[in-house]
Design a protein around this ligand. Structure first.
Ligand SMILES: N=CN[C@@H](CCC(=O)O)C(=O)O
Ligand SMILES: [Mn+2]
Ligand SMILES: [Mn+2]
Length: 308
């Protein structure tokens, strides 16, 4: 909890996150539960630039001084750490933690970590739903990302494979795989990846399609996708931002989707009533500039959890 420090205002009703957030072990009723996934092994295996293991601390630091506007509590559930390259072990531990948070009625917000975080998070949600008797739950994954992360897991399990791994799990379980990927850069995804996305019936929205003029239309598409799901797993890869807004990632985007367009779409997911789980992935503090990217991550968490 030491990272939760920051500005203290003398006026009444001037709380900030660092003054309101509590350790999970004092949980008093359902709230938002932050859990870190200190891991960049998936990025390393995916030939990216490691450094995302330090992201959970950087995001907490950026969130600490933001103003507190929530009614319900927020908890810090600590970190799951990936040791000695044991990515699969770390994902399994994250899944157990996420399932526990869901069982306690919390909204888990997972602080990645490379995007390999999403496979661990999703497995936690899947375990929770299976434990509660769900037969074939329609889990909609809404991923804001420049990349599909649908690489063939037969080669290596990495930050480039989480949604292909989830698709395989869904096929094994006989569950539907529902995946929307918004912000995709055609220049950064091969034809093979576009083909796999088509085969898996992914809802695809390219970066260049997300413009102010088309924002309402895209928002309606997103609403329709969510309406056809029972539960939503929101996952935000910060490399969806333009490099000028999100420099602190492994693979910065030449074009990207600006925060001003991203945020209203994220808020639609928040307001759907179906959001069960959220991840923030791929922050790499080593490449950040004055914590710009960490600040965006913190703001997104703030917006996501505003009404809870
Ligand atoms: N999570 C990362 N995904 C990207 C990385 C691309 C890159 O490093 O250039 C991917 O695998 O496509
Ligand atoms: Mn990406
Ligand atoms: Mn990604």
């Amino acid at each position: 909890m030491e990272v939760w420090t920051g500005r203290i205002d003398p006026e009444p009703d001037s709380l900030r996150w660092h003054q309101a957030i509590r350790p999970l072990d004092v949980a008093e009723g359902p709230g938002v539960a932050l859990i870190g996934f200190a891991c960049d092994e998936g990025v390393r295996r995916n030939q990216g630039r490691p450094g995302a293991a330090a992201a959970p601390a950087a995001i907490r630091k950026a969130l600490a001084s933001l103003a507190w506007h929530r009614e319900r509590p927020a908890y810090d559930a600590g970190d799951v750490v990936c040791d000695d390259g044991d990515l699969e072990g770390a994902q399994a531990r994250l899944a157990t933690e996420v399932a526990g948070l869901l069982a306690a009625g919390h909204l888990p917000v997972v602080l990645g970590g490379g995007h390999e975080v999403a496979y661990g998070s999703w497995r936690g949600l899947a375990a929770h739903l299976a434990n509660h008797g769900a037969q074939a739950p329609r889990i909609g994954i809404v991923n804001f990302d420049a990349h599909f992360d649908l690489r063939d897991p037969a080669h290596v399990h990495s930050s480039g494979t989480p949604f292909a791994q989830i698709a395989e799990d869904c096929a094994t379980r006989g569950w539907p795989f529902r995946y929307a990927c918004l912000g995709v850069s055609r220049a950064s995804n091969t034809r093979a990846l576009f083909r796999r996305a088509a085969e898996l019936d992914v809802l695809v929205c390219e970066d260049r399609e997300i413009t102010p003029a088309r924002l309402d239309h895209i928002g309606e598409m997103l609403n329709a996708f969510v309406a056809a799901c029972d539960h939503v797993h929101l996952t935000i890869d910060l490399d969806v931002l333009p490099a000028s807004e999100g420099p602190g990632v492994s693979a910065p985007a030449a074009r990207g989707v600006p925060l001003a367009l991203l945020e209203p779409l994220v808020e639609r997911v928040r307001d759907s009533g179906k959001l069960r789980l959220a991840d923030l992935a791929e922050l790499n503090p080593e490449f950040d500039i004055d914590n710009w990217t960490a600040r965006v991550a913190a703001r997104l968490i703030h917006q996501l959890t505003l009404n809870g």
